[in-house]
Design a protein around this ligand. Structure first.
Ligand code: CO
Length: 279
């Protein structure tokens, strides 16, 4: 047996409004970057009321990051400066490399429930100006591994013999949606050098050797080790798992743009003003 990764910290996040007035829970943000490196931001959406989200995120820029939108339920229409447009639907994921710069909009459509996450993955300094790229990972393109304990959806990385829909071009990322039956035990060998955390979407689970359950809508960051153990609560659990090796580079964060220095940030905003932001 490997060394069990134990919970280092449980994060609740804060209720916020962003975009043109979308209600969300900001689970990770500027104050968590040191511990969650290479992951910058995690926004969680869960609403039965379209008023909470239909105002959406009208046209805005990004540079220096990747935005990963995983929509468990709902519909988000989008368009970007590369000429892409379409919709992310139930179970789909949009993996967007902003790189040198992209301008896009993300507009959730009224649906019975909007349930999903947006993750920002930092780009290494050498890749901050990578070519912008957009990947539409439809539900059909995302493999699932059915097991006795439950179902593991492999959005990115590899889970045992199952290759995910992407590996992450710049930061090798493991992104799993794990649904476990009530009381099920599950374990995963993990890269000891990777930052590892989970966000519990529904139900609850105990992790590592702790008997304390992490409840829904909370994130748990794990300490060192090479194995993650989970025990689902009596109602089962669904959590999204994130892992990636830290970049350990300076962060200069200005709204939708994340660079390494203030100078680079100033340059980005000057370019936005001058209309020369897109390369
Ligand atoms: Co955006």
């Amino acid at each position: 047996m490997g060394k069990s990764r134990e919970i280092r910290k449980v994060v609740f996040g804060t209720d916020q409004r962003d975009g043109a007035g979308v209600r969300l829970v900001r689970v990770l943000g500027p104050e968590t970057t040191a511990e969650f490196d290479p992951f910058l931001l995690l926004d969680a959406f869960d609403s039965l009321n379209p008023d909470d989200y239909v105002r959406g995120f009208p046209w805005h820029p990004h540079r220096g990051i990747e935005t990963v939108t995983y929509l468990i339920q709902g519909e988000i229409e989008h368009g970007d400066s590369l000429g892409n447009s379409g919709a992310i639907r139930d179970g789909g994921c949009q993996w967007m490399t902003a790189g040198s710069g992209i301008i896009h909009q993300e507009m959730p459509q009224a649906s019975p429930r909007m349930l999903g996450l947006q993750l920002w993955v930092n780009l290494p300094a050498k890749d901050k100006f990578a070519k912008p790229q957009y990947r539409d990972l439809t539900t059909a393109a995302i493999p699932r591994a059915a097991e006795e304990s439950g179902t593991v959806t492999v959005i990115a990385g590899r889970y045992h013999q199952t290759e995910g829909a992407t590996q992450g071009d710049y930061v090798k990322t493991l992104l799993l949606d794990v649904a476990l039956r009530p009381g099920a035990a599950w374990s995963l060998p993990t890269d000891p050098e990777a930052t590892l955390f989970v966000y519990v979407v529904e139900g609850s689970a105990a992790f590592g050797d702790s008997a304390t359950r992490v409840k829904a809508k909370r994130a748990a960051l794990f300490g060192e080790g090479d194995e993650l153990r989970a025990n689902a609560g009596t109602e089962g659990v669904r959590f999204v798992l994130f892992a990636g090796r830290p970049l350990r580079e300076p962060i200069a964060w200005g709204g939708p743009i994340v660079m390494n220095t203030q100078e680079e940030l100033d340059q980005a905003f000057d370019e936005l003003k001058a209309g020369t932001f897109l390369r």
